[in-house]
Write a protein that binds this ligand. Structure first.
Ligand SMILES: [Zn+2]
Length: 268
Protein backbone atom coordinates (compact mmCIF):
# COMPACT_ATOMS: atom_id res chain seq x y z
CA UNK A 1 0.00 0.00 0.00
CA UNK A 2 1.51 3.24 -1.19
CA UNK A 3 -0.21 6.48 -0.18
CA UNK A 4 0.11 10.06 -1.46
CA UNK A 5 -0.92 12.96 0.80
CA UNK A 6 -1.37 16.49 -0.54
CA UNK A 7 -1.46 18.98 2.33
CA UNK A 8 -2.85 22.51 2.23
CA UNK A 9 -3.52 24.96 5.06
CA UNK A 10 -6.70 26.97 4.25
CA UNK A 11 -8.82 24.04 5.47
CA UNK A 12 -6.82 23.42 8.63
CA UNK A 13 -8.88 23.30 11.83
CA UNK A 14 -9.82 26.78 13.02
CA UNK A 15 -8.14 28.82 10.30
CA UNK A 16 -10.05 31.98 9.41
CA UNK A 17 -7.69 34.69 8.08
CA UNK A 18 -4.99 35.07 5.43
CA UNK A 19 -2.46 36.20 8.10
CA UNK A 20 -2.70 32.68 9.51
CA UNK A 21 -1.56 31.19 6.18
CA UNK A 22 1.54 33.37 5.69
CA UNK A 23 4.90 31.97 6.75
CA UNK A 24 6.36 35.31 7.77
CA UNK A 25 3.36 36.35 9.85
CA UNK A 26 3.34 35.62 13.61
CA UNK A 27 -0.15 34.07 13.30
CA UNK A 28 1.16 31.33 10.94
CA UNK A 29 3.06 29.06 13.36
CA UNK A 30 0.03 27.76 15.28
CA UNK A 31 -1.73 26.79 12.05
CA UNK A 32 1.41 25.31 10.48
CA UNK A 33 1.68 23.16 13.64
CA UNK A 34 -1.97 22.12 13.39
CA UNK A 35 -1.48 21.42 9.66
CA UNK A 36 1.45 19.14 10.59
CA UNK A 37 -0.60 17.39 13.30
CA UNK A 38 -3.39 16.74 10.78
CA UNK A 39 -0.96 15.29 8.22
CA UNK A 40 0.68 13.16 10.94
CA UNK A 41 -2.79 11.94 12.00
CA UNK A 42 -3.53 10.94 8.39
CA UNK A 43 -0.21 9.02 8.31
CA UNK A 44 -0.99 7.28 11.61
CA UNK A 45 -4.42 6.21 10.32
CA UNK A 46 -2.87 4.85 7.14
CA UNK A 47 -0.16 3.02 9.10
CA UNK A 48 -2.78 1.49 11.42
CA UNK A 49 -4.37 0.07 8.26
CA UNK A 50 -1.05 -1.45 7.15
CA UNK A 51 0.35 1.29 4.92
CA UNK A 52 4.15 1.53 5.08
CA UNK A 53 5.00 3.86 2.20
CA UNK A 54 3.76 7.48 2.22
CA UNK A 55 4.79 10.47 0.13
CA UNK A 56 3.60 13.84 1.46
CA UNK A 57 3.46 16.93 -0.75
CA UNK A 58 3.58 20.15 1.26
CA UNK A 59 1.30 22.07 -1.09
CA UNK A 60 0.73 25.49 0.44
CA UNK A 61 2.37 28.76 -0.63
CA UNK A 62 6.12 28.33 0.07
CA UNK A 63 5.52 24.53 0.25
CA UNK A 64 7.68 24.71 3.40
CA UNK A 65 5.07 24.61 6.16
CA UNK A 66 5.19 21.10 7.62
CA UNK A 67 7.55 20.19 10.45
CA UNK A 68 9.38 17.06 9.16
CA UNK A 69 10.37 15.92 12.66
CA UNK A 70 6.71 15.54 13.66
CA UNK A 71 6.01 13.09 10.81
CA UNK A 72 6.48 9.30 10.96
CA UNK A 73 9.65 7.64 9.61
CA UNK A 74 7.82 5.77 6.85
CA UNK A 75 6.77 9.08 5.28
CA UNK A 76 8.89 10.96 2.77
CA UNK A 77 8.22 14.69 2.39
CA UNK A 78 8.34 16.73 -0.82
CA UNK A 79 8.98 20.37 0.09
CA UNK A 80 9.23 23.30 -2.31
CA UNK A 81 7.78 23.54 -5.82
CA UNK A 82 9.24 21.22 -8.45
CA UNK A 83 7.93 23.20 -11.44
CA UNK A 84 6.09 20.11 -12.74
CA UNK A 85 2.53 20.69 -14.02
CA UNK A 86 1.09 18.41 -11.32
CA UNK A 87 1.90 21.24 -8.86
CA UNK A 88 0.20 20.34 -5.56
CA UNK A 89 0.32 16.67 -6.69
CA UNK A 90 3.96 16.56 -7.79
CA UNK A 91 5.43 13.14 -7.07
CA UNK A 92 2.20 11.24 -7.74
CA UNK A 93 2.35 8.51 -10.41
CA UNK A 94 0.64 5.23 -11.33
CA UNK A 95 2.47 3.32 -8.59
CA UNK A 96 0.30 4.82 -5.79
CA UNK A 97 -2.77 3.08 -4.34
CA UNK A 98 -4.58 6.13 -3.00
CA UNK A 99 -4.57 9.86 -2.36
CA UNK A 100 -5.54 11.76 0.80
CA UNK A 101 -6.11 15.53 0.83
CA UNK A 102 -5.67 17.36 4.14
CA UNK A 103 -6.40 21.00 4.99
CA UNK A 104 -8.17 21.56 1.67
CA UNK A 105 -10.57 24.43 1.08
CA UNK A 106 -13.56 25.63 -0.93
CA UNK A 107 -13.24 26.90 -4.50
CA UNK A 108 -12.99 30.53 -5.59
CA UNK A 109 -16.48 32.15 -5.33
CA UNK A 110 -17.92 29.57 -2.89
CA UNK A 111 -19.33 31.15 0.30
CA UNK A 112 -18.30 28.21 2.49
CA UNK A 113 -14.87 29.43 3.63
CA UNK A 114 -13.59 33.03 4.08
CA UNK A 115 -10.35 31.77 2.45
CA UNK A 116 -12.07 30.29 -0.63
CA UNK A 117 -9.85 30.47 -3.72
CA UNK A 118 -8.62 28.37 -6.62
CA UNK A 119 -4.81 28.25 -7.02
CA UNK A 120 -4.41 32.01 -6.51
CA UNK A 121 -6.50 34.94 -5.44
CA UNK A 122 -6.37 36.65 -8.84
CA UNK A 123 -9.45 34.95 -10.26
CA UNK A 124 -13.19 35.21 -9.47
CA UNK A 125 -13.61 31.56 -10.42
CA UNK A 126 -12.29 28.73 -12.57
CA UNK A 127 -14.73 26.36 -14.26
CA UNK A 128 -14.10 22.91 -15.72
CA UNK A 129 -16.92 21.71 -17.99
CA UNK A 130 -19.19 24.37 -16.51
CA UNK A 131 -18.56 23.48 -12.87
CA UNK A 132 -16.76 25.84 -10.45
CA UNK A 133 -13.44 24.13 -9.89
CA UNK A 134 -11.76 23.75 -6.49
CA UNK A 135 -8.12 22.76 -6.03
CA UNK A 136 -9.57 19.45 -4.81
CA UNK A 137 -11.31 18.96 -8.16
CA UNK A 138 -8.20 19.92 -10.14
CA UNK A 139 -6.01 17.59 -8.07
CA UNK A 140 -8.53 14.72 -7.90
CA UNK A 141 -8.58 14.83 -11.71
CA UNK A 142 -4.77 14.54 -11.62
CA UNK A 143 -5.16 11.47 -9.41
CA UNK A 144 -7.70 10.01 -11.86
CA UNK A 145 -5.32 10.79 -14.74
CA UNK A 146 -2.79 8.45 -13.07
CA UNK A 147 -5.49 5.90 -12.17
CA UNK A 148 -5.21 6.56 -8.43
CA UNK A 149 -8.39 6.75 -6.27
CA UNK A 150 -9.23 9.52 -3.77
CA UNK A 151 -9.57 7.91 -0.34
CA UNK A 152 -10.15 10.80 2.08
CA UNK A 153 -10.60 14.59 2.14
CA UNK A 154 -10.26 16.84 5.20
CA UNK A 155 -10.98 20.55 5.25
CA UNK A 156 -13.95 22.90 5.29
CA UNK A 157 -17.50 21.58 5.26
CA UNK A 158 -18.37 23.12 1.88
CA UNK A 159 -15.59 21.14 0.24
CA UNK A 160 -16.48 17.92 2.09
CA UNK A 161 -20.14 18.30 1.03
CA UNK A 162 -18.95 18.71 -2.58
CA UNK A 163 -16.81 15.55 -2.34
CA UNK A 164 -19.68 13.52 -0.85
CA UNK A 165 -21.95 14.69 -3.68
CA UNK A 166 -19.44 13.59 -6.34
CA UNK A 167 -18.72 10.29 -4.60
CA UNK A 168 -20.22 9.23 -1.24
CA UNK A 169 -17.64 6.42 -0.95
CA UNK A 170 -14.84 8.92 -0.25
CA UNK A 171 -14.25 9.52 3.48
CA UNK A 172 -14.44 13.18 4.52
CA UNK A 173 -13.61 15.04 7.74
CA UNK A 174 -15.20 18.50 7.88
CA UNK A 175 -13.33 20.53 10.51
CA UNK A 176 -14.48 24.10 9.74
CA UNK A 177 -17.75 25.67 8.70
CA UNK A 178 -17.47 29.03 6.99
CA UNK A 179 -19.97 31.74 7.94
CA UNK A 180 -19.44 34.94 6.01
CA UNK A 181 -15.98 36.10 7.00
CA UNK A 182 -15.98 33.83 10.07
CA UNK A 183 -15.43 30.14 10.78
CA UNK A 184 -16.92 27.70 13.29
CA UNK A 185 -14.48 24.87 13.91
CA UNK A 186 -14.40 21.65 15.91
CA UNK A 187 -11.74 21.21 18.63
CA UNK A 188 -8.25 20.75 17.12
CA UNK A 189 -7.71 17.49 19.06
CA UNK A 190 -11.08 16.10 17.94
CA UNK A 191 -10.07 16.89 14.35
CA UNK A 192 -6.87 14.87 14.84
CA UNK A 193 -8.82 11.87 16.16
CA UNK A 194 -11.40 12.03 13.37
CA UNK A 195 -8.72 12.35 10.67
CA UNK A 196 -6.78 9.37 12.04
CA UNK A 197 -9.96 7.23 12.18
CA UNK A 198 -11.24 8.33 8.76
CA UNK A 199 -7.93 7.65 6.98
CA UNK A 200 -7.64 4.26 8.69
CA UNK A 201 -11.15 3.32 7.50
CA UNK A 202 -10.41 4.72 4.03
CA UNK A 203 -7.19 2.72 3.62
CA UNK A 204 -8.75 -0.46 5.04
CA UNK A 205 -11.64 -0.20 2.58
CA UNK A 206 -9.63 1.24 -0.34
CA UNK A 207 -11.36 0.24 -3.56
CA UNK A 208 -9.97 1.61 -6.79
CA UNK A 209 -13.26 1.42 -8.71
CA UNK A 210 -15.48 2.80 -5.95
CA UNK A 211 -13.26 5.80 -5.18
CA UNK A 212 -12.00 6.90 -8.61
CA UNK A 213 -12.76 10.55 -9.38
CA UNK A 214 -14.60 10.79 -12.74
CA UNK A 215 -12.21 11.86 -15.54
CA UNK A 216 -14.01 13.49 -18.51
CA UNK A 217 -12.90 12.80 -22.09
CA UNK A 218 -13.03 16.48 -23.03
CA UNK A 219 -12.22 19.60 -21.02
CA UNK A 220 -13.62 23.11 -21.39
CA UNK A 221 -11.78 25.31 -18.91
CA UNK A 222 -12.75 28.92 -18.22
CA UNK A 223 -10.97 31.36 -15.95
CA UNK A 224 -12.62 34.63 -14.95
CA UNK A 225 -9.92 37.01 -13.70
CA UNK A 226 -10.47 39.86 -11.29
CA UNK A 227 -8.44 42.11 -13.63
CA UNK A 228 -9.15 42.47 -17.36
CA UNK A 229 -5.40 42.92 -17.95
CA UNK A 230 -4.72 39.36 -16.86
CA UNK A 231 -7.34 37.91 -19.23
CA UNK A 232 -5.72 39.86 -22.06
CA UNK A 233 -2.26 38.62 -21.15
CA UNK A 234 -3.36 34.98 -20.79
CA UNK A 235 -5.23 35.07 -24.09
CA UNK A 236 -1.80 34.67 -25.78
CA UNK A 237 -1.34 31.13 -24.40
CA UNK A 238 -1.64 28.70 -27.38
CA UNK A 239 -5.25 27.55 -27.88
CA UNK A 240 -6.82 30.14 -25.57
CA UNK A 241 -9.73 32.35 -26.63
CA UNK A 242 -10.83 35.41 -24.74
CA UNK A 243 -14.62 35.27 -24.37
CA UNK A 244 -15.23 38.53 -22.53
CA UNK A 245 -13.29 41.31 -20.79
CA UNK A 246 -12.12 39.15 -17.92
CA UNK A 247 -12.67 35.56 -19.07
CA UNK A 248 -10.57 33.15 -21.14
CA UNK A 249 -11.46 29.69 -22.44
CA UNK A 250 -9.25 26.69 -23.19
CA UNK A 251 -10.36 23.32 -24.60
CA UNK A 252 -8.57 19.99 -24.91
CA UNK A 253 -8.96 16.22 -24.50
CA UNK A 254 -5.81 15.38 -22.51
CA UNK A 255 -5.92 16.43 -18.86
CA UNK A 256 -2.13 16.90 -18.85
CA UNK A 257 -2.71 19.79 -21.30
CA UNK A 258 -5.06 21.38 -18.74
CA UNK A 259 -2.36 21.02 -16.05
CA UNK A 260 0.27 22.59 -18.31
CA UNK A 261 -2.13 25.45 -19.07
CA UNK A 262 -2.75 25.99 -15.34
CA UNK A 263 1.00 25.86 -14.67
CA UNK A 264 1.61 28.85 -16.88
CA UNK A 265 -1.48 30.97 -16.33
CA UNK A 266 -2.94 30.00 -12.96
CA UNK A 267 0.05 29.27 -10.77
CA UNK A 268 1.16 32.75 -9.88
ZN1 LIG B 1 -2.99 26.93 0.37
Amino acid sequence: MKLFISADIEGTTGIAHWNETEKNHPDWKYFADQMTREVAAACEGAMAAGCEDILIKDAHDSARNLNPRALPECARLLRGWTGAPASMMAGLDESFDGVVFTGYHSAASWNTNPLSHTMNTGNCFVTINGEKASELMINALTAAYYGVPVLCVTGDKGLCDYMKKVNPNVETVPVNEGWGNGVISIHPDLAIRRIREAVQRAVENADKDKCMFPLPEHFVVEICYKLHQRAHSCSYYPGVTQIDERTVRFECDDYMDVLKYFKFILSE
